[in-house]
Ligand binder design. Structure first.
Ligand SMILES: [Cu+2]
Length: 149
């Protein structure tokens, strides 16, 4: 009986690590903005597709999974109900593409470079990832808040 319990604990741990998060960072927003975005890579080591179902942060009122689409030459963000990570594959969230939108910092100011943002990710395989993501500058050219001509 004891053996069975141990084995099931081990297999649960393996199962829980199906998704690996890499290279996570949060973009430092302009001083006037309460909203920013998180970017990261999601690696799926399972033999099945896994969905990212939702994200949460205690530092923000709302967190959404967004994609950026170009419509009539204008970059527009759309909310996604879920984000599929293909079996043995990878999805990259990056500026001007998929991202996790961190909406309305509860402190009234979005986090500055050097600070950390707590983000919790919920996946369809029951996996929950608790992340501490560093805030970084975005290199200047990837700001999707700018309107296009
Ligand atoms: Cu967005």
């Amino acid at each position: 009986m004891w053996k069975i319990i141990c084995l099931s604990l081990i297999s649960f741990n393996v199962f829980a690590a199906d998704v690996m998060v890499k290279d996570a960072w949060v973009r430092e927003a302009p001083p006037t903005s309460k909203t920013t975005a998180a970017y990261l890579q999601l690696h799926n080591h399972a033999k099945e597709n896994i969905n990212l179902l939702k994200a949460e942060s205690p530092q923000f009122n709302k967190v959404e999974i967004h994609n950026t689409i170009i419509e009539n030459n204008v970059a527009k963000m759309v909310e996604m109900e879920k984000l599929e990570i293909p079996a043995n594959g990878m999805v990259e969230l990056k500026p001007k593409a998929l991202h996790i939108m961190l909406i309305e910092a509860k402190s009234g100011v979005s986090p500055k470079m050097g600070e950390m943002v707590d983000v919790k990710l919920f996946f369809s395989n029951q996996q929950v990832e608790e992340l501490k993501i560093p805030v970084k500058k975005d290199g200047g050219m990837m700001n999707h808040d700018h309107s296009h001509h």
